[in-house]
Design a protein around this ligand. Structure first.
Ligand SMILES: [Zn+2]
Length: 211
């Protein structure tokens, strides 16, 4: 009887130890989910933010009416709390040579035919290359609202989202845990085809982590 009792108490101690390690593991998992993994970075960070300061638009492809809105999108990301990324304004040029040599560009293209994408815009960045190109689909029209089936979008919302990709932020739904937090759902990096261009706490945390 005595031996059995000792064995039982040993088992209870073992179970408590297991419970403790499980609780510790759970806390570690929860803390990593709520901080480092709350937003999704794609690993393409500008190491020279000088190139990121000013996006170049070619006046043959980008109507002048777009410029103020693109400038507004740049300002959406300017010096967010915890980030030293100081965005500039559009370099609007009629020189093809200037445009071709620029590291950070925005232009219009038939995105659907070229890349098979239904998105209003697409962004390409080079890993470690300090360069990024944003392509606006030239079949989309821009207005104060979204109507996806009619290909009508809100330019500032789309450009602010694409700039987020240029800085190195991926879509939040692509991270390891597919269940987005409330902040992730409300972030400008969660493309929802609704007017939304002010970086929220999740976007701000991503920028602070990178810059
Ligand atoms: Zn996107």
């Amino acid at each position: 009887m005595q031996i059995l009792y000792d064995e039982e108490s040993y088992l209870v101690k073992m179970n408590n130890a297991k419970k403790l390690s499980f609780v510790t593991l759970l806390v570690l998992l929860l803390s990593s989910t709520s901080t480092a993994d709350a937003y999704k970075l794609d690993g393409r960070i500008w190491t020279s933010t000088t190139n990121a300061k000013s996006i170049t638009a070619y006046s043959v492809n980008i109507p002048s009416t777009y410029i103020a809105k693109i400038n507004n999108s740049l300002s959406d990301w300017d010096l967010l709390p915890g980030s030293s990324l100081n965005t500039g304004t559009v370099n609007y040029t009629s020189s093809l040579a200037v445009f071709d040599n620029a590291k950070f560009t925005i232009t219009r293209l038939d995105v659907q035919s070229m890349f098979g994408s239904q998105a209003p815009a697409i962004t390409f960045s080079v890993v470690g290359g300090n360069s990024s190109q944003i392509y606006l689909d030239d079949s989309w029209a821009w207005s104060a609202y979204f109507d996806e089936s009619a290909k009508i979008g809100h330019l500032r919302t789309v450009v602010t989202h694409e700039l987020g990709h240029s800085w190195g932020i991926a879509h939040p739904w692509t991270r390891t845990d597919p269940n987005m937090t409330a902040a992730e759902r409300a972030s400008v990096m969660n493309a929802t085809m609704t007017v939304k261009y002010t970086p929220n706490s999740d976007d701000i945390a991503a920028m602070a982590a990178m810059y």
